[in-house]
Ligand binder design. Structure first.
Ligand SMILES: Nc1nc2c(ncn2[C@@H]2O[C@H](COP(=O)(O)OP(=O)(O)O)[C@@H](O)[C@H]2O)c(=O)[nH]1
Ligand SMILES: [Mg+2]
Length: 581
């Protein structure tokens, strides 16, 4: 099915043309029929001779109802522009055309109505000329007369040709259904309608509505129940989980997790503004209308602060309306989670950055490089593709090359930590997370490379692993040293525990023991404790004084002092006494 919308001045014959095309009455309200005036959106549909189904959203032409008009054309890719032969191009025609142009509508058919009342040729020529520079370009024009049916086969043929040229929507895309009506049906409950521009909706689907979940109890399309409706389509959804009072035009039903709502976006105007931008605009997207404050950044790049958050994506076309002078501007969303601009010159820099950013996957790469690490679902929900070269780690997306860059910094973090806390095998993962400014501790795993490993919540040197029996013996030795730091085990005790020269060398490599001298092993970090006890002596001090301060034997004290000399903790004087450095 295809969906198009009408456009054009009030009373130029839009509704009459829709009636003639479809045999259906688009003016739904008694008041509309009584006054012969379309106030709100009307809906009609038919099958064209080719078998193609077409739904038409009939919009009001009166300037007072332009908000309703926008809600109708917002999600629709093609237009049927109506101009009366006896009246020609008018201010309201101009406003509707400006709206279609700002929305970037590329497909349109022009119908010059009331051809029975005036010669349609001058109007056809004039309007086609006016449309040429817009997004619609060269538009086929047909003269029609509703009472006689003249020109109807030609309108139909022009519509067929236009619809055949429409780009096919992606049926696998996530759903963002902008609601244009919400009502209750006795026995069924809440029903909403909208134009499904992409994706598909089936009975049983769960969709997000604000911060709640609703379930699709039933789907109708063009008045018939269907199991599944695929874009492009007019759909009516019977919902469970929302009362009609909680729904209104402009709300969106969303595929869960596929969109994020935002109240600040950076965007680029589709054309550089000729006049000063208004500070406040009315923003239209889909069927939504919200107020927004405009901050020009530089050139065509602006920042918009929305009064109400909306589910927007990068690439969305927004329509900005200046309520003061009825001017409309188109703007494309560039970022739905822009950085704050605090420093002087930040706005200009930001605009330059956005203007220079490529589109598509290259843009995604540039954006991910700026953000470094993001949650994948969040990044995709912004409207970016996953860029090539990015690493996926659980729910995280890491910019290309960044994991390697961070991994190269981990050994330094481990060494620094072990210098300060030599008794521990390595830093807890949280310490590494903080040092590298990672957003989550689960990412540490992505930057720990061999020979480092993540074990029991710490980053340790995996190459220095000891066999279990040796580790047990080393743990025993370290346990005793913890109680008495200078009581180096005697050589026979080490041998008896199974700690020969090879095992001891491995324990030293793994950072669990410090070799002071041949056969003398103490715990790493012993120099800190040794210095602390020596600090209580009067300087200079003798070997014997040091031995007593440490509560150990000459067998340990003599080599430990020499080792401390070498470490720069102590200095040996010519008379063989020492002082602290
Ligand atoms: N003579 C003539 N009258 C028309 C034609 N099309 C519409 N009208 C009349 O013009 C008036 C406005 O038509 P309507 O479809 O409501 O205009 P809309 O406001 O653009 O929807 C109605 O009285 C119609 O009957 C036409 O082709 N010829
Ligand atoms: Mg009408």
């Amino acid at each position: 099915m295809d969906v198009i919308a009408t456009a054009g001045h009030v009373d130029h014959g839009k509704s009459a043309l829709v009636r003639a095309l479809t045999g259906m009455e688009p003016d739904r309200w008694a008041e509309e029929r009584r006054r012969g005036l379309t106030i709100d959106l009307g809906f009609a549909w038919t099958s064209l001779p080719s078998g193609r189904r077409i739904a038409i959203v009939d919009v009001p032409g009166h300037e007072r109802f332009v908000g309703n008009m926008l809600a109708g054309v917002g999600p629709v890719p093609a237009a049927l522009l109506v101009v009366a032969a006896d009246d020609g191009w008018s201010a309201q025609t101009a406003e509707h055309v400006a709206v279609l142009d700002a929305l970037g509508v590329r497909h349109a058919v022009l119908a010059v109505t009331k051809a029975d009342l005036a010669d349609p040729q001058p109007v056809l020529a004039d309007v086609r000329e006016r449309l040429a520079p817009t997004s619609m370009g060269s538009v086929p024009g047909v003269a029609v007369s509703a009472p006689s049916g003249r020109g109807m086969p030609e309108v139909t043929a022009a519509l067929e040709t236009m619809l055949a040229g429409l780009p096919a929507p992606d049926p696998a895309a996530p759903v963002r259904l902008w609601i244009d009506r919400a009502f209750t049906i006795r026995g069924a409950g809440t029903v909403v309608t909208g134009t499904l521009a992409a994706g598909a909706v089936s009975t049983g689907d769960r969709l997000r509505l604000g911060d709640r979940e609703v379930v699709v109890r039933g789907v109708q399309s063009l008045g018939e129940p269907v199991e599944r409706a695929t874009a492009t389509a007019r759909v009516a959804l019977n919902l469970r989980g929302a009362a009609v009072e909680e729904l209104s035009r402009g709300d969106a039903l969303l595929t869960p997790g596929a969109f994020r709502t935002t109240d600040v976006v950076d965007a680029t105007l589709t054309a550089e503004p000729e006049e000063r931008l208004p500070a406040e605009v009315v923003l239209h997207v889909g069927s939504a209308t919200v107020g927004a404050r405009v901050r020009p950044l530089e050139g065509a790049v602006i920042r918009l602060r929305l009064n109400t958050p909306l589910p927007l994506r990068i690439g969305d076309r927004l329509l900005l309306r200046d309520p003061g002078n009825r001017r409309v501007l188109g703007a494309d969303v560039l970022d739905v989670d822009p950085p704050e601009l605090r420093r002087r010159g930040a706005a200009r820099q930001r605009a330059a950055e956005l203007a220079a950013r490529p589109s598509g996957t290259d843009g995604a790469s540039a954006e991910l490089a700026r953000r470094r690490i993001v949650r994948s679902d969040d990044f995709v929900a912004m409207g970016w593709p996953v860029p090539p070269g990015a690493t996926v780690h659980g729910p995280w997306l890491v910019a290309a090359g960044l994991a390697d860059e961070l991994a190269a910094r981990v050994p330094g973090v481990v060494v620094r930590y072990r210098t300060l806390r030599p008794l521990e095998p390595g830093p807890p993962a949280e310490v590494v997370r903080r040092a590298l400014e990672l957003p989550a501790v689960e990412l540490v795993d992505a930057v720990v490379r061999s020979p480092l490993v993540l074990r029991e919540g710490r980053v340790v040197d995996g190459s220095a692993d000891l066999p279990p029996a040796v580790q047990q013996a080393v743990d025993d030795v370290r346990g005793r040293l913890a109680a008495d730091p200078f009581a180096a085990p005697e050589a026979p005790d080490l041998t008896a525990a199974g700690l020969g020269p090879r095992e001891l060398a491995a324990a030293v490599r793994s950072g669990q023991l410090e070799r002071i001298a041949d056969g003398i092993y103490l715990a790493p970090g012993v120099e800190v404790q040794a210095r602390a006890r020596l600090a209580g002596l009067s300087m200079p001090f003798t070997v014997s004084a040091a031995r007593q301060a440490w509560g150990t034997s000459r067998r340990v004290a003599v080599p430990l002092l020499e080792w401390l000399d070498a470490q720069g903790v102590t200095a040996r004087l010519p008379d063989n006494t020492r002082r602290l450095r």
